[in-house]
Design a protein around this ligand. Sequence first.
Ligand code: M6R
Length: 592
Amino acid sequence: MCGIVGFIGHVDAKEILLTGLERLEYRGYDSAGIALFDQDAVHVFKDKGRIANLRSVVDPQVKGTVGMGHTRWATHGKPTQRNAHPHQSSTGRFTLVHNGVIENEIELRETYLSDYAFQSDTDTEVIVALIEKLALTHDLATAIQCLIEKLHGSYALGIIDHEQPDVLYAVKNKSPLLLGKGETFQMMGSDAMAMLHCTDQLIEIHDKEYVRIEKERLTIYDATGQVVNRTPFVAQIDATEIEKGTYAHYMLKEIDEQPVVMRRLIDTYFKAGQIDIDDAILATVEQAKRMYIIAAGTSMHAGWIGKQLLEGTGTPTEVHIASEFVYNTPIITEGALFIFLSQSGETADSRAVLVKMKALGYPCLTLTNVAGSTLSREADHTLLLHAGPEIAVASTKAYTATVAVLAILATRLAGESDFNLAHELAVVATVMESLIADKEMYSQLARTYLTAHHAFYIGRHVDYYTALEAALKLKEISYIQAEGFAAGELKHGTIALIEDQTPVIGIISQAAVHLNTRSNLKEVEARGAKTLTISFKSLSLASDQVIIDDVHPLLAPLITCIPTQLLAYYGALHRQLDIDKPRNLAKSVTVE
Ligand code: M6R
């Protein structure tokens, strides 16, 4: 979702900001803008669409050593030039960028700004108008403290005050924002990616804090104006890992990286053949009487597989949609442990649950791909996914890494057994390699089978969860109306949708239910469906289109998802869609 980058130093900020915005593109956006302060005036350039459009409207003659950039993912108002950030106050004194949603914007408009002439449809303009009003009667530090008191909702803000040419301000509540420290410059950014081209020295900002950013120093204040001292940390991202290389799309690169990720997880989480998980994490997990997995989207699908794995150890485990759990909280059993699954570690829905559960005193563990992310920092414990930066909006390698880390956790929890997980994961890596080597086949299958505007994935047992994930992958990048169903549920309603040539893709990896799923495929074939079967070799028929070498049945989801990722990729490619940045979607969903 919205991305922010800010810079103050001794060189022109223009290219630094534009590069930072390009690095934030993966988060998803529909308009972009920058503001450059050249000591006399603040120049704002913005446009709808991609950064390339923005580049074409930026005046190359304008230079400024202070500036802010923004990518906007529309919430209030259409993605137009008028609604794009930065926004300026009516006198032009303040220029502001914002990521988040102001929940009480209507009340603020009515109470304080009834005579203000708004230029846009955004909630952001309310903030810039309000700070201007507050600054009429207060010094800016006090005005910002009043602003924090009055705003309800989520916000990461960058502010330029025309009366202070050598200062940039940052304010944060709920939405992600980090500071970047240099010797002769300072930065702010929604995440490390926005700043890595200049610095890897980062500093956290906590909720309701604000920061005065000058060329040589950063000063953090709490909401009451007290100075807060905080030590920088080094970003754990290798900037070269975010390059696309020779790949046409990040998604394909990330699909291909999955065997490497599996091997990296073996190296990281196994020592001398034994699972090596931090003692404190283990103690927390072992004490749990019931686990609550909280996640969204693809991470939630990984959670369903995690439930299967964790319940194998005897601990009841529930899976919840984060956005539902927080405002419709079920009865929580004594001895609860909350496990948050989040590739980005920034998902606002999950974070809302984390904040609430922490306040209630429950232990919280986050599985995330991003060290130092909000969900990692705020939980008691973190297990990292080690998947490397995932840039494509459609999650692939982080999904399989989440499932693998859950398998590692569950196996460690189960204690002594003959199950050699390191060996089984190595087999998974090898089978993944053989599957991704056969890309042309998936391209052809996508051409043959993904011809309609709709498609169904069906499966039973863990194959059902894979069906859910496969359908999400297909719909988010190919815009095909895809649904995942428990194969046995078809007859209870959905089968009414099957007509001549409806694509139905069956997933078969579990011996106990494979015949049942085959019967369900026959039932839809009898009604005209065009079926495609993805099956384990030991359960396959010669007529199956995709036959996969067997892996341990508990780890089947790590393998069966690969053909479905490739089908989604080629389905979208054949439709000539923007695979890495599908319409309306954001990589980091930082608003509730
Ligand atoms: O970063 P998170 O794992 O918390 O994100 C959750 C979902 O937004 C995410 O998995 C989304 O569903 C993916 N785009 C799916 O590919």
